[in-house]
Ligand binder design. Structure first.
Ligand SMILES: *Cc1c(COP(=O)(O)O)cnc(C)c1O
Length: 389
């Protein structure tokens, strides 16, 4: 039999054919009149997705480049920042901030839990000279969501402290209101909810953050957000634009606008809910003890079965690329994403492949039990939807 591939990883994610085709067009010059309206429309589309009036800058890099830019553009060496660290990506904030010479305080959150908001408040009261608070909205390594709305409400009261959110896996999977929630800097990445290949990072910057940028003394060159802002005002990027990816972004935005933000959030909520319920139906445990992310589901490997073996069997035997566990979770969990260009049948494929895999590995599973549960949830959801739209 052929091995057909299904991509159910938390990045990169599948890409709609319309978007793929748009990126196959001959390249155009990034300073030519042809390109300027393309960047203008991408810029406006990003503001729509971010629910913001702030600038949303487009960087040619992976998501981590956006994280580096966030550390590198708003602070001076030795300044105090607070990192909420509940997994591999929280750790990344820590490492980037330390490598740029910031004085880093850490709230260490047990993996699988959402941060206790009171600890953020306490830490800021104890150290009012904290200049930035860093968090993930969705911590992809544990499948957990942190309540960024609640954190925004706290940080907002500190005049010279900015709130920086890595929403790389959360954007489009969760309703995140940049302006309403006082998020000063928020990072996205093209290969997650945006239905694009890897290669673009997005970063929104509030006026409060621009004021910090004015004062910041840190060496920077490639990720110079002030220069990017000036370029974007003229519908350009500071360096060569990632022309094809930005054309693809416009096509993806068109598809998203057709669906509507509310429906996109609702779709992700339904897909993740169905996945969680199906997995529980199979007798497995979910890894998150805190708020689960809508982007992906982290699942504990059952007693006596290595999570890496589940992940590899899914991929090599059934063509389903999910994700294993990282670092100390390696072998203990595996992760199935439902992010971006994903629908009910992607979830069903993932659950079927999981049932088959578990049976092959000797775990007692009644085939079809998880799938039936997910199907029921989709059925109920669709019954309640308005199909006249
Ligand atoms: C994917 C991801 C990143 C960025 O990873 P890159 O490989 O640099 O694109 C950062 N944070 C989170 C939460 C992610 O899911």
């Amino acid at each position: 039999m052929i091995l057909k591939r299904y991509l159910l990883a938390p990045g990169p994610t599948p890409i709609p054919p319309e978007v793929l085709l748009s990126m196959a067009m001959p390249i155009i010059h990034h300073r030519s009149p042809d390109f300027l309206p393309i960047l203008d429309s991408a810029k406006k589309g990003l503001q729509w997705i971010y629910q913001t009036k702030n600038d949303v800058l487009i960087l040619c890099s992976t998501g981590t480049g956006g994280m580096v830019a966030a550390v590198n553009n708003f602070f001076s060496p030795g300044e105090k920042v607070l990192v909420i660290n509940g997994g591999k990506f929280g750790e990344r904030w820590l490492k980037i901030a330390q490598s740029y010479g910031l004085d880093v305080l850490e709230i260490s959150v047990e993996w699988g839990y959402s941060v206790d908001i009171n600890r953020v408040e306490e830490e800021l009261k104890k150290n009012p000279d904290i200049k930035g608070v860093f968090v993930q909205a969705s911590e992809t390594s544990t499948g957990v969501y942190h309540d960024v709305e609640a954190i925004g409400k706290i940080v907002k009261n500190y005049e010279d402290t900015i709130f920086i959110v890595d929403a790389i896996s959360a954007l489009l999977a969760h309703d995140i209101k940049t302006d309403e929630w006082s998020i000063d800097v928020m990072i996205g990445g093209s290969q997650k909810g945006f239905m694009l290949p890897p290669g673009l990072a997005f970063i929104s910057v509030s006026e409060k953050a621009w004021r910090r940028n004015e004062k910041s003394k840190m060496p920077r060159f490639y990720f110079n957000l002030k220069k990017e802002r000036e370029a974007l005002a003229k519908n350009q990027t500071n360096f060569t634009s990632a022309v094809s990816l930005i054309i693809g972004l416009n096509e993806a935005i068109k598809l998203m606008q057709k669906e509507g933000l509310e429906n996109i959030f609702r779709r992700h909520a339904t897909l993740s809910y169905a996945t969680r319920e199906a997995v529980k139906e199979l007798g497995l445990s979910l890894f998150p003890k805190g708020i689960p992310s809508n982007a992906l589901t982290a699942i504990e490997a059952p007693e006596g079965i290595d999570g890496q073996v589940i992940y590899k069997t899914l991929r090599e035997k059934h063509g389903v690329t999910a994700a294993g566990g990282q670092d100390k979770l390696r072998g203990r969990i595996f992760r199935i994403a439902h992010l971006g260009y994903a629908d009910k049948f992607d979830v069903l494929v993932g659950i079927v492949a999981l049932e088959m895999t578990l049976k092959e590995l000797g775990y007692p599973v009644k085939l079809g039990k998880g799938v039936a549960k997910a199907e029921e949830i989709f059925y109920e959801e669709e019954k309640s939807e308005n199909f006249s739209k």
